[in-house]
Ligand binder design. Structure first.
Ligand code: CTP
Ligand code: MG
Length: 236
């Protein structure tokens, strides 16, 4: 399923992020195609901006999607809520669910396949991730741009930057979303984080640098460059 109901505040003013264009095609369409390209994917459920369901249905109808079944539901006020609403639209007999951000339009199919294969191979929760390029420091945040004291520098060799799609045994994902409803103060930023919070095991498989998330304007510049390179090299 593809959570696509965010506003895209950090990308700046304009349409909801999932509807912003990359190479003349909405980010959401890229993301859905990237998932649908995997033989492991049979159905794609999109959680659209609540006021944009009809528009998203139209967009997906007008772009070819490899004959895969696509359904659109209204998303929610938070990413967590959007995933929960999307999950509810997936038929009960589907045993494996991948959750993929509309904001990661260029994820290579190898990553989608690797995540799906790890879940089918027995893992309950799987995330793709890449090593960090930057050294990371934990700080004591200060108001007003004042210098922030450093508390520690975690060993970078054991840190990973996590991407999507994240893959789950369906019952596990449904269970943690259900349990999270009773904990409104829970602030995890991904679905695997919810599994960890409730004591479940999450494993990491290799991600890919092109699975980066479009968050800020510069990310869109990079995404355009990656897409142009693909189109030049293989008519993608
Ligand atoms: N998302 C969603 N429903 C929400 C919020 C986010 O489905 N209420 C989705 C976004 O559409 C995106 C993914 O979750 O595909 C990752 O979120 P993020 O990159 O934070 O996107 P936005 O929330 O749209 O951006 P921002 O935080 O800058 O507003
Ligand atoms: Mg957000």
């Amino acid at each position: 399923m593809v959570p696509a109901a965010g506003r895209g505040e950090r990308l700046g003013p304009g349409a909801p992020k999932a509807l912003r264009e990359l190479g003349g095609v909405p980010l959401l369409v890229h993301a859905v195609r990237a998932l649908a390209r995997s033989r492991a994917v049979g159905l794609v459920v999109v959680a659209a901006p609540p006021d944009g369901v009809a528009e998203v249905v139209g967009l997906l109808d007008s772009h070819g999607l490899d004959g895969k079944d696509v359904r659109v539901v209204a998303g929610g006020a938070t990413r967590q809520e959007s995933v929960r609403l999307g999950l509810a639209a997936i038929p009960a007999d589907v045993p494996v669910v991948l959750v993929h951000d509309a904001a990661r339009p260029l994820v290579p199919v190898e990553v989608v396949d690797a995540v799906a294969a790890a879940v089918k191979g027995g893992a309950g929760a799987v995330v793709p991730a890449v090593p960090l390029a930057d050294t990371v420091k934990r700080v004591e945040p200060q108001p007003g741009g004042r210098p922030e004291p450093v508390l520690e520098t975690p060993d970078r060799s054991s840190l990973r930057a996590v991407q999507t799609p994240q893959g789950f045994r369906r019952e596990l994902l449904a269970e943690v979303h259900e349990r999270a409803l009773a904990e409104p103060e829970l602030t995890v930023t991904d679905d695997a984080g919810m599994v960890e919070h409730f004591g479940g095991t999450v494993v990491v498989v290799p991600g890919h640098e092109e699975a980066f998330k479009v968050t800020r304007p510069l990310d869109l510049v990079l995404a355009e460059a990656v897409l142009a390179r693909r189109r030049a090299s293989d008519g993608f």
